[in-house]
Design a protein around this ligand. Structure first.
Ligand SMILES: [Zn+2]
Length: 189
């Protein structure tokens, strides 16, 4: 924190903070229910207001989260988006149970962490689907048991083949532009 405005009450210069990526109004029904990502007046950084490639940016203190001393900046920087979105989809919304099978569609920043959470939840089988070989290799290193290049083969057919025709229990669809995708993109069978 390089500076604070006159109405700031919780933060002070020098605080280590990360940014909740949606600047929420705090007043609409979604905000009142603690679902700030669905805020009716939500402003996505870099989409409808200035992003954070700038050296300095101005953020309301209600959108800041304190970083624990033992968490380094590079990890804290992705926790509020790439990590928390995947957590919400796989653990909270998807309710993945140990022993279940999961297919993660799209294994960029979000899907990569989806694979990691599926592994941490002791999924019986994790199938990673993407179209980029390097991304699929990274997903395998993160814990995917099987990888499917949807550019080279039919993902649906391959998933059925890999699961004895049964399909998977959970299939979070990870697409960067659907910022609240995990509300409806985590389909359970
Ligand atoms: Zn709101």
């Amino acid at each position: 924190m390089a500076g604070v405005g006159s109405e700031v009450t919780q933060c002070k210069v020098g605080d280590r903070v990360c940014i909740f990526p949606t600047i929420a109004c705090g007043k609409c029904y979604a905000c009142q229910e603690g679902k700030e990502t669905l805020c009716l007046k939500g402003q996505i950084l870099g989409l409808v207001r200035d992003g954070t490639f700038a050296e300095y940016t101005k953020i309301p203190e209600t959108s800041l989260i304190s970083i624990p001393a033992d968490v380094p900046y590079p990890q804290a920087a992705i926790i509020t988006d790439a990590v928390s979105t995947a957590y919400h989809a796989v653990v909270k919304r998807g309710r993945l149970q140990a022993g279940e099978k999961v297919a993660v569609f799209g294994c960029g920043g979000l899907g990569h962490h989806g694979v990691i959470f599926a592994k941490l939840m002791n999924a019986a089988k994790i199938i990673a689907v993407d179209v980029i070989p390097g991304v699929l290799e990274r997903a395998r290193q993160a814990g995917a048991d099987e990888v499917v290049n949807a550019r080279e083969e039919d993902a649906s057919d391959k998933i059925k083949k890999l699961t004895g025709g049964m399909g998977v229990d959970l299939g979070p669809v990870v697409w960067a532009w659907i910022w609240h995708w995990s509300s409806w993109g985590a389909a359970r069978q």
